[in-house]
Design a protein around this ligand. Structure first.
Ligand SMILES: *Cc1c(COP(=O)(O)O)cnc(C)c1O
Length: 404
C-alpha cells in the first residue's frame, strides 16, 4: 500500500496519542538498571506516581497490559472458594469476571443493560443481606470502555458504608485514569488498577496496582501461589524485586516525562480538558442523533464518560461500515463494538494528548463517513465548534483588549 499523506487520527479508546516529549524521553540508550542513574529515576517515578492516584499507599508496577494488573489483584487478595461481588458494566467487567472464575473465585453480580451505570442501591441491598460477610470485595469498572458509561465510585463507597460491610473496594480505572478524578484515599478505595496507554499517553506495556493499607494487610492473610505478581515480594527497595526482573527502562523514562507533563498542566486542568472535549463530542453526537439513525449508547447524560463516547446505530445498518469508512477513507480510527455490541456501535476515544482542532478534525472525519455511508444525521460540527468556542478561555490581545 502506498504511504498516505498526513497523520491518521487515533481516536480509539487506547492506545492513545503519544506526545513527542514522551517519545523523545524514551529515545535513549539502555542503561544498567542496577546502577544509581536508573535507580534514581525509578524511585522518583514510584514516588511521583502516588499523587496521580491520590494515595499515600503503595503503587506496584507491572511490565504487563492491564490484564496483568487485573490478575495481580486476584492472586494477591483471593483464594479459591472466596466470593466477590462484581457488578456488570459491559465487556470489560465480564472478562475480568471470567478471570476470577479461572482462579476458582465465586462471583456474584448485578446485571446491567450495558447502557447505564452500576445500580448502587442494588449494591447496598446485596451487601446488607450478606450478614455473614461472605463477600470479600466489591470489584467494579469505573469507566466501562465497551459502553462509554462511568459509574459513581463515591456512591459505591457510600453503599458499603451504609451497609456496614467490611468488603474491600477495588476499582478498574484503566479507562478513566488521568481523564476523570478518582482520588483513592479521599474516596475510600482500597485498590485502583490502571495502565499506561490511555490517559497516561504512553505506549502500552506498563500497568499498576495502587494499594491502600487495608488491602496490603489483607494480602498477608491470603494463601495463594504467587510470585511475579506478589505485592509483598515487591516491597523493599531492591530494584530487582520491585520490578521482579529486568526493569522496563524505556517505559520508566516515558513515565517520568508523562508525570512531568501532567504536573505542568495540573491534574485539575487535565480533568477539565477531558470534560470539555467530551462535551464537544457529545454536542456533535447529539446533532447526529437527530437524523433518527444513531443514538448515544449511554442513555443517561450524566453517566457519559469523559474518556470515550459510544454511538449506537439504530437504522438496521452496521456500525462497522461507518467505522471502516472513517478509518480507510477519512483517516480517523475509532473503536468498534465489543461482544454483543459488535456491529451495533462505534466508539470515539477522547483521552490523553488531544486538543480542540484534533477533536474537530476527528468529528469531521467521522461525519464525512456518515455522509458517505448514507447514515441519516444532522451535522454536528456547528454544535461542537460552538461548544468549544463558548467554553474556551477568552483571548487577551497584546494590547490588552479582550476579544469576546
Ligand atoms: C483497556 C481496558 C482494559 C484492558 O487493558 P489492557 O491493557 O488491554 O489489558 C481493562 N479495563 C478497562 C476499563 C479498559 O479500558
Amino acid at each position: 500500500m502506498p504511504a498516505r499523506p498526513g497523520r491518521q487520527f487515533l481516536q480509539v479508546p487506547g492506545p492513545t496519542n503519544i506526545p513527542d516529549r514522551i517519545l523523545n524521553a524514551m529515545h535513549r540508550p539502555a542503561m544498567d538498571f542496577a546502577g544509581p542513574g536508573f535507580m534514581d529515576i525509578a524511585i522518583e517515578c514510584f514516588e511521583q506516581v502516588k499523587p496521580l492516584f491520590g494515595t499515600e499507599g503503595e503503587v506496584f508496577f507491572y511490565t504487563a497490559s492491564g490484564h496483568g494488573a487485573w490478575e495481580a489483584v486476584y492472586v494477591n487478595l483471593f483464594e479459591a472458594g472466596d466470593t466477590i461481588l462484581m457488578p456488570e458494566t459491559g465487556r470489560f467487567s465480564l472478562t475480568w469476571g471470567e478471570m476470577a472464575t479461572s482462579f476458582g473465585v465465586g462471583i456474584e453480580t448485578i446485571p446491567n443493560d450495558w447502557r447505564t451505570a452500576i445500580d448502587t442501591n442494588a449494591l447496598e441491598d446485596i451487601l446488607r443481606r450478606d450478614t455473614g460477610h461472605r463477600i470479600k470485595a466489591v470489584l467494579a469498572v469505573h469507566t466501562e470502555t465497551a459502553t462509554g458509561v462511568t459509574s459513581d465510585v463515591q456512591a459505591m463507597r457510600a453503599a458499603l458504608d451504609a451497609a456496614g460491610h467490611p468488603a474491600l473496594l477495588v476499582i478498574d480505572a484503566i479507562a478513566s485514569f488521568m481523564t476523570t478524578p478518582l482520588p483513592m484515599d479521599a474516596w475510600g478505595v482500597d485498590v485502583v488498577i490502571a495502565a499506561c496507554q490511555k490517559g497516561l499517553m504512553m505506549p502500552p506495556g506498563l500497568s499498576f496496582n495502587a494499594v491502600g493499607p487495608k488491602a496490603l494487610a489483607a494480602t498477608r492473610a491470603v494463601r495463594t501461589h504467587r510470585d511475579y505478581w506478589s505485592w509483598d515480594a515487591r516491597l523493599g527497595m531492591e530494584q530487582y524485586r520491585r520490578f521482579c526482573g529486568t526493569a522496563p527502562e524505556h517505559l520508566i523514562f516515558g513515565l517520568r516525562e508523562a508525570i512531568t507533563m501532567l504536573n505542568e498542566w495540573g491534574l485539575d486542568a487535565v480533568f477539565a480538558r477531558h470534560a470539555r472535549l467530551a462535551g464537544a463530542v457529545q454536542a456533535a453526537v447529539g446533532e447526529w442523533t437527530r437524523g433518527g439513525a444513531l443514538e448515544f449508547n449511554a442513555t443517561r447524560p450524566d453517566e457519559r464518560s469523559t474518556s470515550l463516547t459510544v454511538v449506537r446505530r439504530t437504522d438496521g445498518g452496521s456500525a462497522e461500515d461507518i467505522r471502516q469508512a472513517a478509518r480507510e477513507v477519512f483517516d480517523v480510527a475509532v473503536g468498534g463494538g465489543l461482544s454483543h455490541l459488535a456491529g451495533k456501535v462505534f466508539r470515539i476515544g477522547h483521552m490523553g494528548d488531544l486538543n480542540d482542532p484534533m477533536i474537530l478534525g476527528a468529528l469531521a472525519g467521522i461525519e464525512a463517513a456518515l455522509v458517505q455511508t448514507g447514515v441519516a444525521h444532522e451535522s454536528g460540527l456547528r454544535a461542537a465548534t460552538a461548544y468549544l468556542a463558548t467554553t474556551a478561555p477568552k483571548l487577551t490581545t497584546r494590547d490588552n483588549r479582550v476579544i469576546t
